[in-house]
Design a protein around this ligand. Structure first.
Ligand SMILES: Cc1cc2nc3c(=O)[nH]c(=O)nc-3n(C[C@H](O)[C@H](O)[C@H](O)COP(=O)(O)OP(=O)(O)OC[C@H]3O[C@@H](n4cnc5c(N)ncnc54)[C@H](O)[C@@H]3O)c2cc1C
Length: 499
């Protein structure tokens, strides 16, 4: 192996692997007082990364019946291609982490000041100093957007359910509100924009783009001393002065640890990797799963058709004012959280279901797009949607956000270029499918039974999702079948990378 040694240039640097959502923040904070070498597999974001509506186009489309997990190989990482929804974890999530780890700094009251400190908050709730507030430190900009035709209908329906406020990051109860997004004058504010771009000339920070780290070098005590990486066809080694920080995401961090000999002993030995530190890396792989419920058809013209409505004036509005359709990824405008009955039985409001509302009508290319997004076969979706193309109506997203099912991530072999095997065992835990179906039934009631939706004659037509014909339409069994056929990752993997 030919290894170029970079230690002469960088021997006083900490090595940071991955300049994504978390890596960009760490690079910013660490390089205030320390020398940091940031090794990033990708390069700078391109023009289309900045325009929110192109989020769907940036996904590496599914092959049918395959669940692909897209992630950003670019500075800013997945924050350079995600849907930009600014949604803080729930207070009880953080308090739970504090209990599990025995580390009270994870308590929400201790974490909240950092949320506030990281932001330039330009949203609707800026008067709420307790949860937002503006400090001179912040650089991640969060904005609200102008309302769309559907917003009033969803808001009024939410009021019928007793949801009043719409502020989902503040008091954190069940509720439905407009999406607040990481945007800067309507264009994407990724962690690259927020945390790296402003400090590109900082002397302490050196960024090596297109540098794919393949292995961490460990000393005899199992401490990280440096990293090996490939760049433009050459292999390099760089020694770290103090620390090696791995922030390569929920898929690539465990992969890199295992390639370096940190992971379950038996699994590494099977692949011919010498185990150096025996730890459950790759275990407890979890992901949020979602399903598009619909189509809800409407009699009134309240939705938007991209092929008809995204014309020159839309682009002008975006480039001149930073507003309009192009600021909405997938035309998602509102979201919400609800707690299902099992959670409520414990006298808690700790939502386990998230809802997503788009205002895209049933447009020409929808089957193609939904098939690409969900992995469902195109001809299955053609059969399901074909009679409704061109009509006003929506599908509403329902996602399970506190799943109990978990699986694992394993290596296929010891080649760093080979993707790992991912098995989150979606819906394996019986409570998950129950909560998922309850979430679907909630949405059906919300969009069919509220006065607000009835005012546009909202209804799901009497059609079966192909494969679920043997169940009674809209019964729990039917929706379970529907979910098992049509659900897909909503791109939030986490796992156990403990080291
Ligand atoms: C399509 C999509 C939509 C989403 N929508 C939202 C949303 O609306 N709101 C929300 O809060 N979350 C959303 N998420 C989730 C969120 O974006 C991720 O949870 C978050 O970005 C993960 O941050 P990270 O730092 O762990 O990883 P990443 O941001 O993925 O960063 C990992 C970085 O490491 C680099 N890297 C990986 N391996 C190596 C290596 N071997 N050597 C060098 N560099 C390496 C990558 O290139 C990347 O830059 C979405 C995700 C996706 C994919």
């Amino acid at each position: 192996m030919l290894v170029y040694c970079m230690q002469n240039n960088f021997q006083k640097y900490n090595a940071l692997v991955g300049g994504g959502s978390s890596g960009a923040v760490i690079a910013n904070r660490l390089s205030k007082n320390n020398k940091v070498l940031l090794l990033e597999a990708g390069g700078d974001p391109l023009w289309y990364n900045y325009i929110p509506v192109f989020s769907l186009e940036m996904l590496n489309r599914y092959k049918y019946h395959e669940s692909r997990w897209p992630r950003g190989k670019v500075l800013g990482g997945s924050s350079s291609l995600n849907y930009m929804i600014y949604a803080r974890g729930h207070e009880l999530d953080f308090n739970n982490w504090a209990n599990i780890t025995g580390d009270s700094s994870w308590n929400y009251k201790n974490v909240l000041p950092y949320f506030k400190k990281s932001l330039i908050y330009k949203g609707e709730f800026s008067k709420n100093e307790k949860h937002y507030g503006s400090t001179p430190y912040g650089s991640l900009q969060v904005e609200s957007r102008n309302e769309v035709l559907m917003s009033d209908i969803v808001t009024d329906a939410a009021r019928e359910y007793g949801f009043k406020d719409g502020d989902l990051n503040g008091p954190q109860k069940s509720g439905i509100g407009a999406i607040e997004a990481t945007l800067k004058k309507g264009s994407r504010c990724s962690t690259f924009t927020a945390f790296l771009e402003p400090i590109l000339s900082r002397k302490n920070l050196h960024i090596l783009r297109y540098s794919h780290v393949t292995k961490i070098k460990l000393d005899s005590l199992g401490s990280a001393r440096g990293v090996f990486f490939n760049r433009h066809g050459k292999k390099y080694y760089v020694r770290a002065s103090k620390e090696v920080v791995i922030s390569a995401g929920a898929v690539d961090s465990p992969k890199l640890l295992m390639l370096s000999g940190i992971g379950p002993k038996e699994h590494l030995s099977e692949l011919g990797i010498k185990p150096k530190v025996d730890l459950p890396v790759g275990k407890f792989l979890k992901d949020h799963i979602g399903v598009l419920v619909g189509p809800f058809l409407f009699d009134k013209p309240v939705t938007t058709f991209p092929e008809r409505d995204l014309g020159l004036s839309t682009f002008l509005e975006y480039f001149v004012n930073g507003t309009g359709h192009l600021t909405f990824p997938n035309l998602l405008h509102m979201h919400g959280f609800i707690s299902t009955s099992k959670v409520k039985q414990q006298h808690q409001d700790w939502p386990d279901i998230q809802l997503y509302f788009s205002y895209a009508g049933i447009y020409d290319n929808m089957v193609q797009d939904f098939s690409g997004l969900t992995g469902a076969k195109k001809n299955t979706l053609e059969q399901y949607f074909s009679n409704f193309i061109g009509q006003h109506g929506v599908s509403i997203g329902v996602a399970l956000v506190r799943p109990k099912s978990y699986g694992d991530l394993k290596l296929q072999n010891k080649d760093p270029a080979t993707p790992p095997l991912l098995d989150p065992r979606y819906l394996e835990h019986p409570d998950d499918i129950k909560a998922f179906v309850e979430g679907i039934q909630f949405v059906v009631g919300f969009a069919e039974k509220t006065k607000s939706f009835q005012s546009i004659n909202s209804r799901i037509p009497d059609i079966y999702f192909p494969g679920c014909e043997k169940h009674k339409l809209k019964s729990d069994e039917y929706w379970e079948c529907y979910a098992r056929h049509y659900a897909f990752t909503i791109f939030h993997p986490i796992g156990y990378n403990y080291y």
